[in-house]
Design a protein around this ligand. Structure first.
Ligand SMILES: [Zn+2]
Length: 472
């Protein structure tokens, strides 16, 4: 019955559109795409490939940025590199009227598998405080790692330019800080150049752990790691997309949460996966001819990055990486062998491409930091076995909230398919849409149309308990 199966969803959507547009309870329109925010358009336009090139070349000029390289030498090694990054952040701050707060987040790493002796690790952190009091304690974090490595890993003096891994990500973060510090956001943005990544995510782990201990509200974290080469080791040249990795099941899922997920679904709907869909939607809205390709796994096969300490502590976090990696460029001593050139050298870096990835980051980060917090207390108001779906949530605390947007998709679809915006209410009924057949999420929307990251709906309100598994 191919005709019938194709027609039914179309009828459903048509029916919904009619129902929602005539609904008195505050529904104002069915929307598929958000408008462009002029402030975000300006930010995207000000990200400069020339500045990014200058930063990458400067970082490479320190010879090596190995975490165990010389920390005191004024021109070579990781100490010189981090002092320069710190001065640059300070300069951006002066240019923005002193609004960036720059600190060295410094600690001694005790010996571990890849740490033969205690070592000082320093994250250089520039914070742009939020300007709306109700939102300033909500943080958005973007990172790149400025440390580099060559082979063998224990060689702390060999040249390790780390141009793509990860001067590229560090340059993207620094350029975002320069541009974005001149604008105001409701929430706080943290720009981080971290170290010790190559020894086991040391810097990002330290910062994430301190944030967790302080119970900080981190709405999202992006890491940019290896975003510089556009010619892959497979010979493919692609400068028109970036991969964005996100986990489907939360790394810190509890047994109770697993039980709920097994009962109602949601293995494709972790907070990090919602964040990835959001970044894709915003990034592709602001950039023409540039795709954000979602990869539905936490990182590349068996690999890791600085977002992992965040997801392990319950913070939504994702990783950006170039589409086609060249493994002869990563972690290699510079050399030529059998006609193959090895080494992560600056000649292989595409600065215009890094700028595009930085623009995706900046658009999504600006959108999040301008938007209200994601709605809390979201759940289905109805019990099982109802034909309509009623979703309720708590009112948002921000003064600029205009309403909410409800999203839905068929369960097998990767991306949200449809949405309806409702006014500043705390409940909405979706007629003719069964929660057995669709997944739902809710976003907050402010008066300028900025939207929070969606919250997946997976609990029943008022029942006290999640549905029991295996119930028929
Ligand atoms: Zn890296």
């Amino acid at each position: 019955m191919p005709f019938k199966t194709r027609l039914l969803p179309a009828l459903c959507v048509a029916l919904l559109t009619v129902v929602n547009s005539s609904m008195p309870a505050g529904a104002w329109q069915v929307q598929t795409r958000s408008k462009l925010n002029p402030q975000i358009e300006k930010i995207v336009g000000e990200i400069s490939a020339e500045n990014i090139e200058a930063i990458v070349r400067k970082l490479v000029s320190f010879g090596t940025r190995h975490t165990f390289s010389n920390q005191e030498d004024p021109v070579r090694g990781i100490g010189a590199a981090r002092r320069w990054i710190h001065e640059e952040f300070e300069r951006y701050s002066r240019e923005s009227g002193g609004r960036l707060q720059v600190v060295d987040d410094e600690f001694i790493q005790e010996p571990s598998r890849r740490v033969p002796q205690p070592v000082k690790v320093v994250n250089v952190v520039a914070t742009l405080p939020g300007s709306q009091p109700e939102s300033a304690e909500r943080f958005y974090v973007v990172s790149g790692h400025y440390d580099s490595i060559c082979s063998p890993f224990s060689d702390t003096t060999c040249d390790a330019p780390g141009a793509s891994d990860d001067a590229s990500g560090t340059a993207a973060v620094m350029e975002m800080a320069r541009v974005m510090s001149k604008y105001r956001f409701d929430a706080t943005i943290v720009f981080m150049a971290v170290a010790g990544e190559e020894q086991g995510l040391l810097g990002s782990t330290h910062w994430a752990e301190e944030a967790r201990k302080a119970n900080r509200n981190i709405g999202a974290m992006f890491t940019n790691d290896i975003i510089g080469n556009t010619i892959g080791g497979n010979g493919v040249r692609d400068n028109a997309r970036v991969r964005l990795f996100s986990e489907g099941v939360p790394s810190n899922e509890t047994a109770r949460e697993a039980q709920l997920r097994q009962s109602v679904g949601g293995e494709n709907d972790s907070p990090s996966r919602q964040l990835a869909r959001y970044i894709r939607e915003v990034g592709e809205r602001y950039l023409n001819n540039f795709d954000v390709t979602l990869v539905f796994r936490r990182d590349r096969f068996g690999r890791g990055g600085d977002h992992i300490p965040f997801v392990q502590r319950g913070y939504p976090a994702v990783r950006f990486t170039e589409p086609n990696e060249d493994f002869t460029r990563q972690h290699q001593r510079i050399r030529e062998e059998n006609g193959i050139k090895y080494g992560d050298v600056v000649e292989m870096v595409d600065f215009g491409y890094i700028a595009q990835v930085a623009r995706v980051n900046a658009a999504a980060m600006a959108s999040l930091a301008l938007a209200p917090s994601a709605p809390a207390g979201v759940g289905f108001k109805t019990a099982r076995q109802q034909y309509d779906t009623v979703i309720a949530w708590k009112p948002n605390p921000e003064p600029d909230v205009a309403g909410y947007r409800i999203l839905w998709r068929e369960t097998w679809q990767p991306f949200w398919q449809s949405s309806v915006e409702v006014a500043n209410v705390t409940e909405h009924t979706l007629k003719g849409l069964s929660k057995d057949d669709y997944f739902f999420a809710v976003q907050s929307v402010d008066k300028d149309g900025n939207t929070s990251v969606p919250v997946f709906v997976n609990t029943s309100l008022g029942q006290g308990q999640p549905p029991r598994p295996n119930q028929q």
